[in-house]
Design a protein around this ligand. Structure first.
Ligand code: HSE
Length: 297
């Protein structure tokens, strides 16, 4: 009566789609074991990798699990073990992976009473204690896989978007921490109309490009005129990395979620590896430690 799962890392926003677009990096993630136990309730029994709270009500995985537990009527409980690989504050959906892993695992052990949309609704409560607001652009791709667009969060409505067959991601994680709550606080509350028009044109065309396997249109649409100008200042060497990545043949480059990770998309594995090399050549000349991931989406 236990299940071991990989709770995947995700890239949110995808340049133009702040709080709505995201995709899944299905080879990177946290391992979690969810186990049925006799005692009623939700218990975090083990955390390895990073120093996170054992108190269920303060732990992201615990809060989403409690939310789901309050929607079922059972005479047993669940114990959660977390082997955290995704560093909190890295910008690749660390809190979302934890929030999703617990409810996904519990749902499997219960015989799948809830659909993916309902799982997202529960997981939002866990994600919210980390980022201090409710958003689902990391949760949705972790639950549904591939690319997703969060049409709304109240009620949750997630659209699954097809992934072109030859699309690869390169993600660098420079080891500095940026808190999502702080990266949200620096954004202005209003957007000038001209910027809004550019941004929603890009979101629409990126979604169209993903549906039609139009790599050139993906390239033309990976532009963020709303959020990146503010957040890029928090990430050392962002502009030079972006230029080097695009010059190396990638389709585009932007901030992964709220940073500091930087993602790029490429047509084919060679371009994705070239993007990784371009990033490596910049960060290796600095004193910032970094990890690079390259993988098919
Ligand atoms: N959409 C979110 C943000 C993702 O950019 O703040 C990070 O959790």
């Amino acid at each position: 009566d236990s299940i071991k799962i990989l709770a995947p890392a995700t890239v949110a926003n995808v340049s133009c789609g702040y709080d709505v677009l995201g995709f899944c990096l299905d080879q990177v993630g946290d391992e979690m074991i969810i186990r049925k136990v006799e005692k009623k309730g939700i218990f975090i029994s083990k955390i390895e990798g990073f120093d996170l709270p054992y108190d269920t009500a303060l732990n992201v995985a615990g809060v989403s699990a409690l939310e789901m537990y309050n929607h079922i009527d059972v005479d047993f409980g669940f114990e959660i073990e977390i082997y955290k690989k995704i560093k909190p504050g890295s910008g690749i959906g660390s809190s979302a992976a934890s929030a999703v892993g617990s409810v996904f695992g519990m749902n499997e052990l219960l015989g799948r009473p809830f659909n993916k949309t309902q799982l997202t609704t529960f997981a939002i409560k866990g994600e919210a204690i980390a980022s201090k607001c409710e958003h689902a652009d990391n949760l949705a791709p972790a639950i549904f896989g591939g690319f997703t667009l969060v049409k709304s969060i109240a009620p949750v409505q997630v659209l699954e978007i097809p992934t072109p067959p030859n699309l690869y991601a390169t993600v660098v994680h420079p080891q500095i921490e940026i808190k999502t709550s702080e990266a949200r606080a620096i954004l202005p509350p209003e957007i000038p109309m001209d910027k809004a028009i550019t941004q929603w044109a890009n979101v629409g065309s990126l979604v169209h490009a993903l549906h039609t396997n139009d790599y050139q249109l993906i390239k033309d649409s990976l532009v963020d005129v709303v959020v990146e100008p503010y957040r890029s200042k928090l990430i050392p060497h962002f502009e030079s990395v972006k230029k080097a990545v695009v010059d190396s043949g990638a389709l585009g480059c932007g901030i992964s979620g709220s940073g500091p990770s930087i993602f790029s998309l490429s047509e084919g594995p060679e371009n994705a590896k070239n993007a990784a090399e371009a990033i490596r050549s910049i960060f290796s000349k600095t004193d910032i430690a970094f990890d690079i991931y390259v993988g098919k989406i």
